[in-house]
Structure formats: C-alpha cells, structure tokens
Design a protein around this ligand. Structure first.
Ligand code: HH2
Length: 275
C-alpha cells in the first residue's frame, strides 16, 4: 500500500503533493514501484496536526482519487479519512477501501456507509486522538488491549452490516504508543493476526525508528528501520504494508517472502501471507 498524502503538513512528506497533478504523478510512480493499493489522505494524523474541514479535505483528495481511479483502474484506491462525507464522495469517485484511523468511532454513519457501499475497510487502533495521543500513553498489556479493541470494533462493524471478509485490521503503530509499545506490537503481531482478518502494518518513516537507530532526526533517514519492521511484520503474518518508499520495501518483502518459502503464495500480482 503506497501512501499519497495530499496535505501541507504530513510528518514526512507534507507539502510535496498538495497539487493534485503532483499527487497523481506520485501515485502513478508508486504503482510503477509495485504498489497494489494507493492510500490517499487529505488530513495529517501526526501529533499536533491541525484539523481539516470537510470541504478542504474534499478539495484535496477528490481530484486525486478521481485521477488515479481513471489512470490505474487495476489498482485499489483507499481513502484515508475519518469523515463520512469524505469517504462517501471518494467511494463515488472510484475508491473502494475506507482507511479510518478511528475505526468508525469518529463520525456517526461511517460504518453504515461502508456497509451499504460494499467497500473494504481498515479498522485501526488509536489511543486518544491525534492532538494528544502521544502524551504519556498507558496500557495494561498493549497487545491484549489492542487486540480486544480491534475485536470489539470488528464486531461493531459487522453489527452495522459490514461483511467480515471486507475488514482489515491495523494495530496503529505510533497512534498513542511509546516506542516500547510499538515494539511489543510488532514482536507479538501474530496475536493480532490470530483475529483472523488481514493485518495492515504502518511503520513507515515513523519517529520511533529514528530514535532506535541512534536518534537520526529526519524521516528520510528511517528507511532501514521501515524495511526491518515490515520484514518482521511479514514474518509474523501481516499482509498489507503501508509505506512511503514502495520500491525498496517491496524488494525487501519479496526476498523475505521467498526466504519464507511455502508459507507464502503469490495472488493477483501481490504477495499474500499464508501463516
Ligand atoms: N499511519 C498514518 C496515517 N494513516 N493508516 C493506517 N491504517 N495505519 C497507519 O499506521 C497510518 C494510517 C501516519 O502516516 P502518514 O500518512 O505518512 O502521516 P500523516 O498522518 O502525518 O499524513
């Protein structure tokens, strides 16, 4: 899953793709590099980010979703939003996956919209809300707590009419979590995989990777950590890898998957876990 951030303030690529043509060109480049899905987002979720109104978010993402759906029809377009109205318009414009970092808690009617549209959805764990989520997050056992949350949100989505086979789950690396929490979730990812739905992992360029590698400041320095964590997640059963740097991560995953041999199959041009 390649990331297309149409924002001025995303933590690692804010402002680079605010122009729709630049965002579309970037999405096409990520497809060339091997992305099977493009995740288009118009609101940063980094700690301290300013909230964006519906109209502004729509103005950012809609031309990009439309342009990509037209230009790469075989590629799944995901809309990264917590707003029902943005999801609705993006689905109408060609998206077929709703990536909601609030797991349908942010906007009433999101679950019903996804159910009625028949779209896929990604339900992600987040403790608190983006503005304050990194202020001293605490858990009993982070893996047990995230697993219980995802199980409950999956149940709520199914109750609202979403087909279970349409649901992806994501432990939400960096969303209300210390570096230690992130590492525990990655080390015990198979416990999340045991929920029975494909697991999405999003470590790409996140700050804990730089801190672990000796305090490197820039997101662009975090590619080695991004690769390491995605390979470990693959080995533990993750199936979708949400990244900025598709080509190097794809190459690493293909080699890792080949090394894992019979535990993997290739389906429809993408590598899919069989653990
Ligand atoms: N991480 C970010 C945004 N959306 N969605 C899922 N499912 N999982 C993630 O880990 C995830 C996500 C943050 O990354 P990015 O989009 O690059 O930054 P920003 O939110 O600042 O735009």
């Amino acid at each position: 899953m390649g990331i297309v951030n149409v924002t001025p303030d995303s933590f690692s690529d804010g402002g680079l793709y605010l122009d729709p043509e630049a965002a579309i060109a970037h999405g096409l480049e990520l497809v060339e590099q091997g992305a099977a899905t493009l995740d288009v987002g118009g609101e940063s979720t980094r700690p301290g980010a300013d909230p964006v109104g519906v109209e502004e978010e729509l103005a950012r993402v809609l031309p990009v979703v439309e342009g990509l759906a037209e230009r790469v029809p075989g590629v799944q377009i995901s809309i990264d939003t917590a707003k029902r109205d943005v999801a609705e318009r993006a689905l109408a414009a060609g998206a077929s996956l709703v990536n909601d970092v609030t797991a349908f808690r942010g906007d009433p009617g999101m679950a019903e919209l996804v159910a009625a549209s028949g779209a896929d959805c990604c339900l992600m764990h987040m403790l608190g809300e983006p503005r304050t989520m990194q202020d001293d997050p605490r858990y009993g056992d982070v893996v047990d707590d995230v697993k219980a949350f995802l199980s409950e949100r999956m149940e709520a989505a199914v109750q609202a009419g979403v087909a279970e086979e349409r649901i992806l789950l994501d432990p939400g690396i960096g969303f209300g979590k210390t570096a230690e929490h992130n590492l525990q979730l990655l080390a015990r990812l198979e416990e999340i995989v045991a929920l029975g739905r494909p697991v999405v992992i999003g470590t790409s360029r996140k700050s804990f990777l730089g801190r672990l590698a000796g305090g490197r400041p820039g997101p662009e320095d975090r590619l080695p950590g991004t690769i390491a964590t995605n390979v470990m997640a693959l080995e533990r059963g993750a199936e979708v890898f949400r990244v900025h740097d598709v080509a190097p991560v794809r190459d690493a995953l293909v080699v890792a998957a080949a090394t894992l041999g019979g535990r993997w199959t290739k389906r429809a041009g993408e590598t899919t876990a069989r653990t």
